[in-house]
Structure formats: C-alpha cells, structure tokens
Design a protein around this ligand. Structure first.
Ligand SMILES: Nc1ncnc2c1ncn2[C@@H]1O[C@H](COP(=O)(O)OP(=O)(O)OP(=O)(O)O)[C@@H](O)[C@H]1O
Ligand SMILES: [Mg+2]
Length: 1003
C-alpha cells in the first residue's frame, strides 16, 4: 500500500511538473526528459550560464547539468565520457543532442582560438546537413532520424574541442523507394525540389512538384514539421546549402550532391516494357520513357548507352572467363533499378558523413606533445519503434535499442547494486528485468536470428523468406520471447508463413519476414558499380571504389547487412562501456505530438519498459548520492567547526560523521568502506544551503588573506629596493670620497698646493657637497699661498691683485713679475742725484697735507693742452696726486685731492703712457720715464696701487685699457695713441691740433 501511494504521488508530481514546463527530472544521475512539443524558455546563453561549472544538485534538473557533469568529469579527471540518449521515436533524442552541442560550444574556447572555433562551427552545422539526408517524416515523428549517430568530440587538455568523428549506423535506405501512408522520403529530396530556384531545377531536368516522382509522390502533400510553416523545405534547403559551405564542401561537391539526388528521382520514374523479340531492344525489354535515361546519364556523367544497357541487362561471367550479357525480365529490371537507387542514396549519405569526418578530424595533434585527447561521445540513435508492418529495418532498430537497454541495465542497475555490496552496505536486492536473453535471441552465433538469416542468404538455390521463418521456428520453439503463427496457431494477429514476433523489453513487435533475405544480402549488380565508378564526376566516382573490380574477379562473399550492423553495435556498446556514461532517458508524452498533453497510460508504458521504475526503486531503497569521504569533506567541511579548516580526527570517515551529527543528518546516511551514501536529496540540499551561506564568508576570508599576502609581498619588495638603493648610494659616495682622498693626497705639496689636480665627477647627490669642497679648497689653497708672503710684501701683493682685477687681462705686460718699489723718487738707484731733495719736499708735504703713505712716485714726461712737453715728477699719496717740478727741488705744481681722481687710462702695449682723469681737472697725460733700468714697466704698479687704495676706501676707480685714448682738456677733445719707434732715444710726444702721439722707443 505505501509503495502504491508513493507511486501515485510521483505520477501526479510528474504530471504537475510537466504542466509547469519542468520537463526534466532526475533519477539519481539519470536525466528523464519529457518532450514538451513546444518551445520552452529553458535554453540559451542565460540558462547555460546558470549551469556552467555547477554541481549536479545545485540547480533544478536540466540537460545542461548532465552535460556539464560529463564535461567536468572529462576535464577534471581526464576521463572519456559519453552521453547516451535513449527513448522511443519522437521522444526528443535528436533535440537533446543538439542542446548538448550548443552547451559544449558555449562553454568552451574562451580564448577564441580560430582552429577551435572552426571545429565548433563544423560540429554545430553538421547536424543540419545530416538531418537533411538522414531524417524523414514518419508517423511517429516529423523529423525522425532514420540512421543512428554516435559522435565523438575530441578535447585538448584545456577542455576545448579540437576535432570530432561521427559514426553513422544503418540508414533506412528502403525509404528511398517506398514510404508508409502519412510518411515522407528523406528531407533532402523535398528540399531540393521546393528549395532550388527555377534555373537550377531546369538544369537538373526536374519539376518543382514532388508528386511527379514515384519516390516522392507518397509524401508530396505533407510538409516537414508540425509547427513549421509550409515553406520550411525551402528554408531548410538554403540552411543546408549554407551549412555545407561553412563546413567546407566545395561548390562543385554541392552541385554533385544535387545532381545525384535528381538522378535518383529520375531513376525512380523509369518504367520497363516488354517489346517484340526482334525490336530495337535486345532481350525484348525497353525503357518506357527514353528521355529519363538521358537525364540519368547526364546527371551521373556516364555514357547514355551504358546506362541503358545496365538497366536492361547484366553481365555474367560464364565458366571459362567468358562474359555474356543476360537480359532482364521486367521484374528483374525493376528490382535492379530499385537496388541501384537505394545504393546510390546510401553511398551518398556515407560519403557526406566521411566528408564531414575528414574536415573534423583533429589536425596536427601529437599525443607526445599535446597529451592524449579526451573524448565526450554523444549517442543519438533511432528510438524503439513499432509500425503496422515491421520489416528488417525495424528489426535492426529495435535490436539496437535492446543492446542499449542492456548496457543501461548493466551500468545503472547492476553496477549500483554491486557497489552497495562492495562498500558493505546492508542491502536487499531489487529485482529487475534483464533483457540479456532477448539480445541473445538476436545475436547468438549459429542459432541467433541474425545467424540463421545469414545462413539463409549464403545458401545457394531459391531459399525463400518462408523457409527462413521455418528455420527460426525450429530453433526458437521454446524461447520465451519468440513466437510465430506456426508456434501459436490461435493467435490471429500473425499471419502464417509471414510473421514472427519478438517480446522486446519495450513491447511486442510483429515482424514480417518478407524481404528479410533480400535486404540482408543487400546486393547490387556489379554493372551498376562499374558504371558509376567510371563516371566523370569525381564526387560520384569517389563513392564507388568497388566499381573498379574486374567482373571476372572472384571475391569473397561480402558481409551481410545484418552482420555488419551487429558488429557495429557490439563495437558501439564496447566503446560506450569504456567511457563514463551519463544517461538521458527521453519520454514521449502523447502519440499525437501535441503540446501540454500528458497521456498517462502511454507514459507509464515507457517508464516501465525503460526500466525507470526499477531505477527509481534501486535509488529509493538505495541512496540519492554517494561520494568518497575526502570529496564529501572537501565540499562541506566549512559547515562544521570540527572539520574546518582541517579536521584532527582519526580518519575522514570520522570527520564526516562528526559533520553530519552537527547537522543532525546522521539518520539519513550510510557509511560505506570508502564512500558516504546519502539517502535523500533533502539532506544534500540542506548541506548545499548551509555551504552556500558560508561561501561568501570564506571568499571574503580568502580575499582578505590573499590581498594581505599581495600587499606584504609588495612591501617586502619595496623595502628591498630601498635597501639596495641605500647601499648603492652609500657605495657611490664612499667610492667618490676615497677617490677624492687619493687624488688630493698631494695637495699639501708646495708650491702648487694641488693647483693641477682634477676633481672627479661626483654622483648627483654629492654635487652641492663637491661645490662647497671646491670653494673650501680654493680658499685653503689661497691661504696656503698667502701665508708664505712676508707682511712687508703685502702692500705689493694687494696692489698686484687689484691691478690684475682692474686690467682684466687687457694689458699684455704690467710688470707683475717685478718687485714693486712704489716710491721710486726716494730710491737711490732710481734717483741717485736728487733723492734727498725729494725727501725734503716729501717731509714738508707730509707736514702740510698730513698724508700717511706714498702710493707711487716717478719721473714723467708730460704734454699739456698747449702741446707743451715737459719733464715732471708724479707723486701719489693717500691724500693727493701731485705734479712736481724736479728741476726746482720738486716744487708742487699742482695738487689734486685723491677723491677727485675718478680713473685712469692706459694702453694695451708695453709703453708707459698713463692718462689720469680727475673730476674738475684737465686730464693729466704722462709717460713714466727715467727709470732704472730704463723703460721699466711701471704702469701696472701705478694702476695697482691706486686701485688697491680706492678699494680700501670703498670707492670706484675706472680703469680703461685702450690703444686710442680720448682726452678731455678744457673742452678740447683729442685722442692720444702710441707709435713705437726703434730709433727713438727717449719717449716723447708729437702733437698736432687734434691728436697727440707718444713716440715710444721700441727696441
Ligand atoms: N526540448 C524540446 N523542446 C521543444 N520541442 C521538442 C523538444 N524535444 C523534442 N521536441 C519536439 O519533438 C520533435 C521530435 O523530437 P526528436 O526529433 O528529437 O525525436 P527523436 O527522439 O530524435 O526521434 P527519432 O527516434 O524518431 O529520431 C521535435 O521535432 C520537436 O518538435
Ligand atoms: Mg532523432
């Protein structure tokens, strides 16, 4: 009773969820998806962002969450994973696979690498192309996949797609010839007819109306989708052509594809008629409408005659390598035509798949360099289907679903229960239906249905489908999942000699054996293969490599269609089993493809045959989640004080136990040897919520710590930089000072006192220091020099310094090297005859004028404004400038107070001309002479003494150096210059009105 209630609750629940547009549900990690038959706002970039990088339970159930889990397992643990999508026809498998592709495309390649973008483009666009050629409208699904598709996507170590590979499985090619009522041929035909422009159709000799062609007549009145507008075939034609261009098909290849499709349509309209024996056609057979043969020949780029011959007859090799042509009957010719149409379409489809694979193949990958690629596989295969009449194709399709169910059972139910056992969890086994026995019935060697069918095909002679059925009956008489009218004569739903029935996991299916042998043998006359191999269209030719064989060549019997399919299924299942599987179980809510209707009986049936009930039961009795202890701790340890940040308990298991006790959740879990099993999702949700509450705090903590670390690093670096700078600077200063010290060691050496020492270039910081040093040094050096001068020489030195300053280097020779005696009139050598006279006069003047010192005295020759030249004496005291008369005991002729003297002028030569300027007086023009030695150079001495005196009194003295000196004498303006004369015995003046000249003895 409780379980019944529980079941009702879930059913209601699922109905409710569906009504609210929640089409996804989990059973453990298996996603159950119910086809909504309407566009729901569940997809797109925003939804993708919501699921990206999240855990499965963090968000409401969604396809994206499962893909994300597969992607994460692939990226984090380098595991190959696969997503297996199953469900009956029209349940939404193909749509799901497209959403998966979109999710992967959206979350990968953040760095926009061009090669990865190319691969993604091809991955996304390939679906559209494959659907055009491999999908068709059936009564169950308007866009039903008529082939199986398994697609591997290769990822590099960064998790970006770098290539892919598509495996296609058994195309339902009989659809090319014939469709059930309400169904269509493959979309490609209608797209070509409705979507091509008039010119293109004309080129293909086609009419726009699909009802004109035998192969498309049945579906002519039907359009492609339920929701789509009438023009969808047209739009899709554009979309497919564009997709082919993007993928990398050349325009020639696309044209070839169109020509091949057109050729198939024309081929379908070819009818055969019997003619008279002696008519133009051999063998009494002709084509009703010859123009069609021409079209086929043109479109396949083959010779017309050869096409006709191949349609009407076949070549057989008789015993002795001899070839004979054997004409067909009408039935044989029609059969051959159909076989050809089917085969051409199949080869076309396979060529398209191969072409896409060639483009998607991972390029330039070297496992040693790039590491091994990891793979996500996506399986979207035709769903279990039951039609009013089921033939070989349905048999194969349903066998395939049987194999996949087997894999599901093994991986989900069996493995799960085995895991409980392995982990030592107390467990009561749940019974489930294991379909291994049905798989056995089909594929067992020797006795299995496929083996019996192969046997029938290989036996020579007219083995009929009926005999094949009889053999089956004998072999499987007692098999619980096999029956036929022969074995159950009362069951009128089967026909004698035609039908057999298999109790599939998903329900009973009655198959009609008609055509089984033929479809399994899948033969085509070699003539057709050769014809098409010899086409001049390279694309078509590439589809028929086996047409190369010589007719007489004896070849091994090719594998039958059934065996090929079985082998491919075994390989597929092996491949899937080697990967980590993720399941998407699609459910079709009603048979009428309408939105919003949840047909309970219909869904209940699917739920039961998909094994979802057992799945739920195992999960219910079992646990919603299991995680290894370390992983559990890693995710939730922040929610408990004992485990955060790291626990100190004996083992992870004890830590997990402490954590759960703190939350009060210990009753809802079981402890395995290595994993924690959590019974209800509620527990996980509780844990997730408290984790989510703490995450922001932890993030802040981490940010804080990290920011602190960053700042500390920066600070340490800065300090180091400053230390280095400090030491470097110190080193530079020290090196500089050492250098200075070394250089200036010799500075104390007289007499130069380091005059010629070169100052090294200082570092920038020391520049002011060095400038100061320089000044100090100069001062020190001056002191050293001055210190050695006796006090008696000081007057002379001061005068020399003053003269140097006053003359500013403008006079070449100013007697610096000489000792300056100054008072030459008192000197016995200079003035031997009259020095005592001068001394008396000097004494009298001292008394009268009260001067202190004599600055300068000398005999001179003067010229006045009246151009009179006379010998006189010049006396310069610290009070006056005197002009004396040497001939009359040095009587004073003129005394000019020294304050009135404003300046003096001299020449740049060696002559002894001096012009003294005084305020209120005429300029006094003199030439020093009668010196001992003669012509002694004393002008500098006079300048120096006067300048030093004025400096001492703080008064300005203007000293002019010029070779042409202007004179001012009572308003008269004149110039005086010097003329050197070798023959001149004594200096003298020559005068005219405007100019005076000193004639200077220049020898
Ligand atoms: N998630 C979805 N949202 C909206 N419509 C959907 C969704 N899934 C499926 N459908 C609708 O259901 C139709 C059939 O889905 P789909 O072609 O995927 O079925 P299938 O399982 O691949 O069937 P088959 O085995 O015949 O190939 C789609 O054409 C679409 O109209
Ligand atoms: Mg499909």
């Amino acid at each position: 009773m409780p379980s019944l209630l529980a079941r009702r609750a879930t059913e209601e629940d699922s109905g409710c969820r569906f009504e609210k547009g929640r089409i996804y549900t989990y059973i453990g990690e298996v996603l159950v998806s119910v086809n909504p038959y309407q566009e729901l706002p569940l997809y797109g970039p925003e939804a993708i962002a919501k699921y990206q990088g999240r855990e499965l339970y963090e968000r409401p159930p969604h396809l994206y969450a499962v893909v994300n889990a597969a992607y994460k397992a692939m990226k984090r643990r380098s595991r190959d994973t696969c997503v297996v999508i199953s469900g009956e026809s029209g349940a939404g498998k193909t749509e799901a696979s497209k959403h998966i592709m979109q999710y992967i495309a959206a979350v990968t390649n953040p760095s926009q690498r061009a090669e990865v973008e190319r691969v993604k483009d091809v991955l996304l666009k390939s679906t559209c192309v494959l659907e055009a050629f491999g999908n068709a409208r059936t009564n169950r699904n308007h866009n039903s996949s008529r082939f199986g598709k398994y697609m591997d996507i290769n990822f590099d170590f960064k998790g970006d797609p770098v290539g892919g590979h598509i495996h296609s499985y058994l195309l339902e090619k009989s659809r090319v010839l014939k469709q059930h009522v309400g169904e269509r041929n493959f979309h490609a035909f209608y797209q070509l007819l409705r979507g091509s422009d008039d010119q293109a159709l004309q080129g293909l000799h086609l009419e726009r109306n699909p009802a004109v062609y035998n192969f498309t007549r049945q579906g002519a009145g039907l359009n492609m989708g339920v929701h789509n507008a009438l023009d969808s075939d047209e739009k899709n034609h554009q979309a497919v052509t564009e997709a082919m261009r993007v993928i990398g098909f050349s325009p020639e290849e696309v044209e070839s594809i169109h020509r091949i499709l057109a050729a198939i349509l024309h081929l379908g309209n070819i009818e055969f008629v019997e003619t008279e024996e002696d008519g133009p056609q051999k063998g009494g057979l002709a084509v009703a409408e010859e123009a069609l043969v021409g079209y086929v020949a043109e479109l396949t780029a083959t010779p017309r005659d050869l096409v006709l011959r191949t349609l009407l007859a076949r070549t057989v090799a008789s015993g002795g390598r001899e070839l004979i042509e054997k004409g067909h009957t009408v039935a044989e010719a029609s059969y051959a035509r159909d076989a050809c149409a089917k085969a051409v379409y199949q080869r076309l489809f396979e060529w398209v798949v191969d072409r896409i694979n060639g483009i998607m193949e991972p390029r330039g990958r070297d496992p040693r360099r790039d590491g091994k690629d990891t793979v996500i596989g996506v399986l979207d295969i035709y769903g279990f289907e039951v039609f009013p009449v089921n033939s070989f194709e349905q048999f194969c399709i349903n066998y395939c679903n049987e194999k996949l169910q087997q894999l599901f059972i093994q991986l989900i139910l069996k493995q799960e229960q085995e895991e409980y056992e392995r982990e030592g969890i107390a467990w009561q086994s749940v019974e489930y239906f294991n379909n291994a026995t049905i798989v056995e019935l089909v594929e067992r060697p020797h006795r299995g249905i496929l083996a019996v069918l192969d046997e029938a095909c290989s036996t020579a002679g007219p083995i009929t489908d009926r005999i094949f059925l009889q053999t089956l009956d004998t072999h499987h008489r007692h098999h619980p999942h096999y029956s036929s009218r022969q074995l159950c004569p009362t069951d009128k739903t089967m026909e004698f000699g035609r039908d057999f029935r298999i109790k599939h996991y998903a329900g009973d299916v009655t198959y009609s054996v008609e055509g089984f042998i033929d479809k399994n043998r899948d033969s085509l006359f070699q003539d057709f293969k050769r014809l098409l191999y010899n086409s001049t269209d390279p694309t078509l030719r590439a589809m028929w490599p086996d047409g190369q064989q010589d007719i007489t060549e004896v070849t091994k019997r090719p594998l039958t269609a059934g065996t090929l399919f079985k082998n491919s299924m075994v390989a597929l299942v092996e491949n899937l089993a080697s990967k980590e599987p993720f399941y998407v179980r699609c459910i079709k809510p009603n048979e009428d493809k309408v939105a919003g209707r949840f047909d309970e009986a219909h869904c209940r049936h699917q739920v039961s045959y998909l094994g979802l009930l057992e799945n739920v039961r195992v999960r219910r009795a079992g646990f919603a989640s299991r995680q290894p202890y370390p992983r559990f701790l890693l995710r939730y340890k922040m929610t408990c004080e004992y485990t955060w940040p790291n626990h100190l308990l004996g083992s992870d298991r004890e830590a997990v136990s402490a954590l759960l006790e703190q939350h009060g959740l210990q009753g809802d879990v079981a402890f395995g040897h290595s994993k924690l099993f959590v019974r209800s999702p509620r527990t996980l949700v509780t844990l997730e919520q408290s984790r989510a509450r703490l995450i922001p705090v932890i993030v802040l903590l981490l940010q804080k710590a990290w920011r602190g670390t960053l700042a500390r690093w920066r600070c340490r670096r800065l300090r180091a930089i400053y230390t280095i700078m400090r030491w470097f600077r110190r080193h530079k200063v020290r090196a500089h000072l050492t250098d200075l010290q070394r250089r200036f060691q010799a500075a104390r050496q007289p007499p130069l006192y380091g005059r010629d020492l070169v100052w090294p270039r200082p570092p920038a910081v020391l520049q002011p220091f060095q400038d100061t040093c320089h000044a100090l040094f100069s001062r020190w050096r001056a002191r050293q020099l001055v210190k050695n001068i006796p006090p008696s020489d000081m007057t002379q030195i001061k005068a020399k310094v003053a003269a140097m300053g006053a003359l500013q280097g403008l006079r070449q020779d100013w007697g610096c090297q000489r000792a300056w005696a100054r008072d030459y009139l008192s000197s016995g050598t200079d003035n031997p005859t009259a020095s005592h006279l001068f001394a008396e006069q000097l004494k009298a003047l001292r008394e009268k004028d009260g001067f202190g010192t004599v600055l300068f005295s000398s005999h001179v020759r003067k010229v006045n404004r009246f151009r009179k030249r006379r010998d006189r004496a010049l006396l310069l005291t610290d009070r006056h400038l005197y002009k004396l008369e040497p001939g009359r005991q040095y009587r004073v002729m003129r005394a000019v107070p020294l304050d009135a003297v404003t300046g003096l002028s001299v020449t740049s030569g060696r002559d002894q001309l001096v012009v003294l300027h005084a305020r209120g007086y005429d300029d006094l023009v003199v030439c020093l002479h009668r010196s001992q030695p003669p012509l002694d150079n004393r002008v500098g001495e006079l300048v120096g003494m006067l300048a030093a005196h004025c400096q001492g009194e703080g008064r300005a003295l203007e000293v002019r150096v010029s070779d042409c000196i202007p004179l001012s004498q009572r308003g008269a303006r004149r110039l005086i210059s010097v003329e050197p004369r070798p023959e001149q015995p004594e200096p003298d003046f020559r005068c005219n009105r405007s100019a005076f000249t000193l004639l200077w003895p220049s020898h």
